[in-house]
Ligand binder design. Structure first.
Ligand code: PEP
Ligand code: MG
Length: 589
């Protein structure tokens, strides 16, 4: 039966495909595709995990004290029985063999399927066995954790629905030629990176806000996504047909042929619109009144430089270097590894400037999936520059790597979440020290411009002082909105209050842009606001001349720029600043 689920529209476009369920967030597992040649080894790994648990349970039975309650022995029997359950064993084999899931993913997918069957049972006793099955699977996962096979790159499968073809059929073992859409309770930014090269045509998650990092990575992959869809991972079943409307934030499950045809039509229209926009790629971004506008790209990995160039970016305005640090089980990248990554991005941009932001971990960007931040409130805790300054040796390792990469092309160094002048001084002292260390070694490095993110209201209010220390500023509106309005950017429960057009937010943004202009220093916006075409004219009117966004948005924003008269927009934007409800007057003159 057709039904729809409403969430938040975060990455545009329409995806139509079959659902692939990722595990519930309680069991933190890594998902990846194996190579066809690894199937036997992967099945063996799953079996070894199972055998180890069987041994463990048998040992527990043997060592059970005489006075142990009889229920305990019975429970161990049940667990041993569940371990051999044919549906579990055969299901796991199926997902590994036919879908090339890694063993952990296969196990949790099959657990989900069996759990749902338990849920539908009338019998209370049987329904309760669901918890036992979960425990058994958790035990297997724990045993397998120590013997995980290396993460294989996903098979060279199609990245986009439009390209879905023979390779997808190969991947799906001929079972279906439909694209796949991923439905999960939650996906960490590291998970999303894992899927970046993979087959998924769209994403749906139960949790997350519009500017959560999971949403940002979905946008960077340029595929439709809906987050904050509450119970989608409970309602959608493995292999259900699903339409993801990333523009409206709606997920349609089990659509009728008429609905499918309608969305198929809209999908083709979107493709045509994109092709039309591609013609603007080489057109300079200049307003009707001859103001040149810099359109830059936000990237997460050095390999994203290609997408930035294809979209006609004038450089990289934000390289979120923290993505190099995630999912490494505590083993952070050393100087050489970082240097190679930054150099790849710099060379990839072919002489255009690359703005590398120092590591910004914490809050919704944990270093490792499943890592629980011990701070009471991670968004206000030891994150971003605070984390770097707390470990100066680690920080300087990154600074040295960036300085060395700057020998290969223009680099700008950007620092996240500064709020105190003392932090600025410490940061700059570390840069000097990093240079001195390179000098002592005789290593080559290049000149860099230094910039600060303005993403804490305190920094926006102190912008005059900040400009004394820095060559440029970049406004991180995602965090600036979060901290100005006290709204967790990743929490769908308060997503309706996360308002880029709140007069207080606009005031902060406007003042930073104006002060930069007064002091003749470059100010950019690199938060999601910069890539939102509904905001382009307003930001132009506030005097913004540099925008940094996901590559996929650059041409649509350029189209707005080409149609805009910045002079006229200036007066209108000033009026909007004084309005009680700027959103109501957003339609430009
Ligand atoms: C921001 O806060 O606007 C920003 C660009 O940084 P991030 O989204 O990585 O926190
Ligand atoms: Mg930020």
């Amino acid at each position: 039966m057709t039904f729809s689920i409403h969430g938040l529209a975060v990455a545009r476009g329409i995806a139509i495909g079959r659902a692939v369920l990722a595990v519930s967030s309680r069991m933190e597992v890594v998902h990846y595709f194996i190579e066809p040649g690894q199937v036997e080894a992967e099945i063996l790994r799953a079996r070894r995990g199972r055998d180890a648990v069987a041994e463990e349970l048998q040992r527990l039975q043997t060592d059970m004290p005489h006075d142990a309650p009889p229920e305990l022995a019975a429970l161990l029997d049940v667990h041993l029985m569940l371990l051999q359950d044919e549906m579990l064993v055969n299901g796991v084999k199926h997902w590994i063999t036919d879908r090339l899931y890694n063993a952990e993913w296969a196990l949790t997918t099959q657990l989900e399927i069996i759990s749902r069957q338990f849920d539908e049972m009338e019998d209370d006793y049987l329904r309760e066995r669901k918890a036992d099955l979960e425990q058994v699977v958790e035990r297997i996962l724990r045993h397998m954790r120590g013997v995980a096979s290396p993460v294989a790159p996903p098979p060279s499968a199609p990245r986009r629905q439009a390209e879905a073809g023979a390779e997808a059929e190969f991947l799906l073992g001929g079972a279906a030629d439909a694209p796949l859409v991923l439905v999960a309770h939650d996906l960490s930014p590291a998970d999303m990176l894992q899927f970046k090269q993979s087959v998924f045509a769209g994403f749906v998650t139960d949790v997350g806000g519009k500017t959560s990092h999971t949403a940002i990575v979905a946008r960077s992959m340029d595929i439709p996504a809906v987050v904050g869809a509450r119970s989608a991972s409970q309602l959608v079943r493995q292999d259900d047909w699903v339409i993801i409307d990333g523009d409206a934030g709606v997920v349609i499950v089990d659509p009728t042929p008429i609905i499918l045809a309608e969305y198929g039509f809209r999908q083709r229209q979107i493709t045509l619109e994109r092709e039309r926009l591609m013609r603007l790629r080489h057109t300079p971004a200049v307003t009707l009144d001859a103001q040149a506008i810099e359109l830059l790209a936000n990237i997460e990995q050095p390999g994203d430089a290609g997408a930035a160039l294809r979209a006609g970016a004038a450089g990289v305005g934000l390289f979120r270097s923290e993505f190099l640090f995630m999912g490494r089980s505590g083993r952070l990248p050393d100087e050489e590894e970082q240097y190679r990554a930054y150099r790849e991005a710099v060379e990839g941009m072919q002489g255009l400037p690359v703005t590398i932001r120092t590591v910004d971990v914490g809050a919704d960007k944990p270093l490792d999936k499943g890592y629980k931040d011990s701070s009471l409130n991670p968004a206000l805790g030891l994150r971003a520059i605070r984390w770097s300054l707390a470990d100066p040796a680690m920080f300087r390792t990154q600074l040295r790597a960036v300085l060395r990469a700057a020998a290969h092309g223009p680099v700008r160094l950007l620092f996240p979440m500064l709020a105190h002048v003392s932090e600025i001084r410490q940061t700059l002292a570390q840069v000097d020290l990093a240079r001195a260390e390179l000098d002592a070694r005789g290593a080559a490095y290049g000149a860099v411009q230094l910039g600060a993110m303005i993403e804490v209201p305190a920094a926006a209010l102190m912008v005059r002082q900040f400009l004394r220390y820095f060559d440029f500023l970049s406004i991180g509106t995602n965090d600036l909105i979060q901290y100005a309005l006290a709204i967790d950017r990743a929490d769908e429960a308060v997503a309706h209050l996360y308002d880029p057009l709140h007069p207080a937010v606009l005031r902060l943004v406007a003042d930073v842009i104006a002060e930069g202009a007064r002091q003749g220093k470059s100010v950019s916006v690199c938060g999601e606001m910069a890539g939102d075409v509904a905001m382009t004219r307003l930001l132009l009117g506030l005097g913004l001349r540099s925008f940094s966004m996901q590559p996929a948005q650059i041409l649509a924003v350029k189209q707005e720029v080409l149609r805009a008269d910045a002079r006229k927009l200036g007066e209108w934007a000033q009026q909007l600043l004084d309005a009680d409800d700027p959103a109501a007057s957003l339609q430009a003159p």
